[in-house]
Design a protein around this ligand. Structure first.
Ligand SMILES: Cc1cc2nc3c(=O)[nH]c(=O)nc-3n(C[C@H](O)[C@H](O)[C@H](O)COP(=O)(O)OP(=O)(O)OC[C@H]3O[C@@H](n4cnc5c(N)ncnc54)[C@H](O)[C@@H]3O)c2cc1C
Length: 480
């Protein structure tokens, strides 16, 4: 019997309640097929283990320790399974620790405690009737873990900061099996490390996230044609650089291609986070574009649950998916060059079956960057003095495995060209957002040498034997 089979047998004995799903069983197939990206589901672990609470996570680490401590048996930690980075939350021939049964949402005075298996949509639904909201994924289906351990933008990030900066306490099971909290009073070095450090320190079982009063928003989408994109870039940069820019907007601009349109098209996803009965003037430069596709105009008054449901609907499930990203300064010429490089690169892959792709721009306004210091700090290494910044995401969906190589090759080289161009223009910042990073990227390195060393020191302190480096290979590691 190999080590992996021995570890699985030990789990089956310790948890007789049928929580260990073996390769080939219908439950296994359903769980392994439920990642956002079909590429993640191509990875076939030997077993999927589903703990019901934090004590079972701790017991899992104890039971598997004889097999995992030397890196012989590998395991993956899965939250919502929504991150397309190859093998970040699944492991070939190892054991996938699926946190989907850790459920529970508890509303406290000024925060909400969220178990690791919940989805953001469920959190928004609980908070809505109380006139409250929190900083989480714009997609209701997004898992709590990925973003809360990476940074992340919410509808409210211009006003409230990164999602990770809003986590005031992480409950985490360490490699030793000990269950500890990381907050501003205890294990504060671990709190800062977890805000950006990914799955390197343990299995987080609960996130306590700040809540705030929130009424209805104004938002939705506007679809238009490529000749208007340059003026939209100018409007975006003008808004971001206004000294008195409001913190109540959340703006996303995309240029992309979908077979359904048969041509390159543009989309603005726009939000104003205060209640209003009509389109606010600050959004007019982004909504009044002519010509546009009137039938797809969806700007309206809506609540957070509606907004998150609409974002979920925009995602394509069980397609082959690739995300990769870079972040640059908010500079019109550099952004325009990125869009030009991108649209030119699409030509050879437009015939790929099921291709839906976009270059999506998501700003990091100065107000967002400044919130990090107020929140006590994170590991991302972003200096507000460099802001405003714009995250450039290359997002691609397609249908068939046989097209993987071509799509990856085109997208990888496009990202490199965009990075080179912005470097020449002196608009580069050394930061990659972990949740949008492809496996060949190195977001931890992008946080800067000082932050990387701090993260390594925290790992040595809380995981001295390096279990989450040796046995959890997916995601982005600290010592590579
Ligand atoms: C439709 C859609 C909308 C999105 N919207 C946004 C958005 O609004 N803002 C934004 O910033 N990003 C957004 N993203 C990115 C997405 O939220 C991230 O990819 C996020 O990482 C997904 O979280 P997850 O828990 O589902 O990830 P998973 O794929 O389960 O895990 C991602 C990584 O986190 C680790 N991890 C997860 N949970 C834990 C845990 N409890 N303990 C330790 N490690 C853990 C995993 O090991 C893995 O390495 C969106 C993506 C999609 C597809």
């Amino acid at each position: 019997m190999n080590s992996s089979s021995q570890a699985i047998t030990a789990l089956q004995k310790a948890f007789p309640d049928n929580q260990t799903f073996l390769r080939g069983s219908p439950e296994f197939d359903e769980l392994n097929g439920s990642y956002l990206s079909a590429i993640e589901g191509d990875i076939i672990p030997a077993a999927i283990f589903r703990p019901k609470d934090k004590h079972e996570v701790s017991k899992f680490l104890h039971i598997t320790q004889p097999y995992t401590s030397n890196g012989d048996v590998k395991f993956a930690v899965r939250g919502g399974g929504q991150q397309p980075t190859h093998a970040c939350a699944n492991i070939q021939d190892g054991i996938t620790l699926d946190l989907g049964m850790l459920t529970g949402i508890e509303i406290r005075d000024s925060s909400v405690s969220i178990a690791a298996g919940e989805r953001w949509g469920a959190v928004y639904e609980r908070l809505l009737p109380l006139g409250l909201a929190t900083s989480g994924s714009r997609s209701g289906k997004g898992g709590i873990g990925g973003l809360s351990l990476a940074g992340g933008l919410s509808f409210f990030s211009t006003r409230e900061g990164f999602i990770a900066d809003n986590v005031i306490n992480y409950e985490i099971v360490l490699a030793s099996g000990d269950i500890v909290n990381a907050n501003k009073h205890e294990n504060t070095d671990l709190l800062i490390a977890l805000r950006g450090g990914g799955n390197n320190f343990g299995v987080v079982t609960r996130y306590d996230v700040r809540t705030f009063k929130q009424g209805p928003l104004w938002g939705g989408s506007v679809y238009y044609f490529t000749p208007s994109f340059p003026s939209q870039l100018e409007a975006l940069v003008t808004e971001l650089k206004k000294p008195n820019a409001t913190a109540e907007t959340h703006l996303m601009l995309s240029i992309g291609y979908a077979a359904q349109f048969g041509q390159t098209m543009c989309q603005n996803q726009l939000y104003y986070t205060q209640e209003t009965e009509t389109n606010p003037p600050v959004l007019e430069p982004f909504t009044n574009i002519q010509p546009q596709i009137d039938a797809l105009y969806s700007m309206r008054k809506l609540n957070v649950v509606d907004a998150a449901t609409e974002q979920t609907g925009d995602a394509m499930e069980r397609q082959r998916t690739s995300y990769m990203n870079t972040v640059i300064r908010a500079d019109v010429d550099a952004l325009q060059a990125a869009a030009d490089i991108y649209t030119a690169a699409l030509e050879p892959i437009k015939t790929v079956e099921g291709l839906v792709c976009s270059l999506t721009l998501q700003p990091y306004p100065v107000s967002l960057l400044k919130k990090t210091a107020e929140a006590g700090g994170n590991s991302l290494g972003l200096d507000p003095a460099n802001g405003p910044l714009v995250s450039i995401l290359l997002l691609t969906y397609w249908k068939n495995r046989s097209d993987d190589e071509q799509v990856f090759q085109v997208m990888n080289s496009t990202l490199q060209k965009i990075k080179n161009d912005s470097r020449v223009r002196n608009q580069t910042v050394k930061y990659e957002f972990m949740s949008y990073a492809a496996s060949f990227q190195d977001p931890i390195d992008s946080y800067g040498a000082e932050n990387k060393i701090k993260l390594q020191d925290v790992s040595k302190k809380y995981d001295p034997k390096g279990l989450f480096q040796k046995a959890v290979r997916g995601g982005f590691k600290l010592f590579t």
